[in-house]
Structures are given as structure tokens and as C-alpha cells.
Design a protein around this ligand. Sequence first.
Ligand SMILES: [Zn+2]
Length: 303
Amino acid sequence: MKIGIDIGGSHIASGLVDKNGKLISKESRDINISKINDEKRVESLIIEIIDNEINILLEKNDFTRGDISKIGIAVPGSPKDTKIRNLVNLHIKEFDLGNKLKEKYNVNVKIKNDGKCAGIAEKKYGSLKKYSDCVFLCIGTGVGSSVFLDDELLEPKQNPGFEFGHMVIDKEGRKCNCGKNGCFETYASMKRFKAEAISAFDMSIETEAEEVQKYIRENINKKNVKDFVDEYLTNVSIGLSNIINIFEPQAISFGGSFSYYCDIFLPILKEKIEKLKFNKDTKVDLITAKLKNDAGIIGATEI
Ligand SMILES: [Zn+2]
């Protein structure tokens, strides 16, 4: 039995996964570091949360530590070997989490970028199963991604790569957290989408994402809402057309909070992309991710 761990910007989720990629049981905790300034204390908090979740998972499912055959971790940033690196939201520059857990549980621990883990799960068990050349795009706060050609995940040696979120689509565009201007992420991010919807439709600053979505769905035929969505998707389509023209994927699967809008967004995107494709005969299916929030955990056990 394998354990998959998904470290996000504000939560850590762990799950028990069987040999067929099925998530048997899952635990998730928020990680609040707003009052912690010390990197070392954040590190021990991460270990504490993971330890607590694993103990509960084992107890709940009548397993012992000896039953764990492997631990896999999905994490943002640029993990390398057993180290997690550049976790902006958790203020971690570099931390050897893999070795810490290896010592504790005496099992093999593997770490990979979360966009790659989720893509691996979608490719093996989810929406991308039948495609050999395909792209997974997780559009949430940021943009995570993975690319498969001929059924293989493309993996550069130096860093996880495929930072589509930081592909510039407007050289004089919006300022990005990475320091550049006009990165795809500053236009495609669902965090930005929500913030701009709140301002465009005069909503309260505290409006929840679900309420924003409800409003957009109910008013999608009104001109101002239609134009707002159209402008957002025009920007997304520019980024997507770059990806399509470079990799010629047979399909792109969308995960993250973007996926909650796929039924409205994908038909519009499809139309826009038709006009931006270099090779007019390229056929690309735009589809919704299947494994939702579990993709990172499941994919982490496959690395
Ligand atoms: Zn950027």
C-alpha cells in the first residue's frame, strides 16, 4: 500500500492508494503559516501535519507502518531529488523533506512537481488515458502542467520545466510574481479571474468563488458578463495556441478550479483556438480532468 501526499499553498492532503491507483482513504489539513516567520518552524509544522495524517490513515484502515511500501509527494515549485524547493506560499527555499520522511518511515520517498503528478494520474487513470500525445493543465491560483509525447512524460534534467504559466503572452502586460510582465498565469489564473469578476460586477470583496461562479452562470447571456468571459478566454486561447503549435497534442485536459467552468468555457475556447492554430488540420480535444483534487495524491504514488 502506497501513500501519496499533496502539499498545496494552504493545505496538506495525504491518502492511501492501492496498486490500481485507487484512493482508499484521504486526510487533509490546512497549513496556516501567517504567524510563523521562521522557515525551520514551517518545516517542522509540515512534518507534524504529514505524520498526523499518516497515523490517522493507518489507524482508520487497520494498517501499520510496516504496510507502507512507498511514499510519494506532489509539491509546487521546483523539487529536486529528495528536496522541496521554492515554495513561495510556504516561504520555503529548500528543505530535504524526502530524507526526513525516509528516516521516519524507513521507506522509499519520491518527490515531484504537483502539475506533473496530477498529469501522471490523469494520463494513467483519468481523462487522458486514451491519448498518447497530450497536455495536462491545472489552472487554479497558478498554472501547473505536464506534457506527454508518445505516452512518455517529458522530463528535463535541470528543473521540472514546462512552466506554461510563465510564458509571456504580452510583453507590456500585467506584472507577474516571477518579476516578468505579461506571463500567461497573470491572465489565466482563476484567482485573478475571481478578483476581476468581483470588481467588474461590483460584488463585495469577500464574495466566495462559488458565488462568483453562480453569478456568472446565471448572467452568462447578459452582454457585460459575456464580454468579461470572452476577454478572459481570448487571453487563455493565446497561451493554449502556443502550447498546441509547439507540442501538437491530441488532447488538453483542464484541472484546477478552471474545471468547474469547463462546460461553459471549453466550447468558446475551441472556437477561438480554431483561428489560432498554425496547422489547420491539427485536431485537439479540450477535455475536463477526471480525478479532480485527488490527482496529485494518486500521481505522487506513481513516480
Ligand atoms: Zn511569471
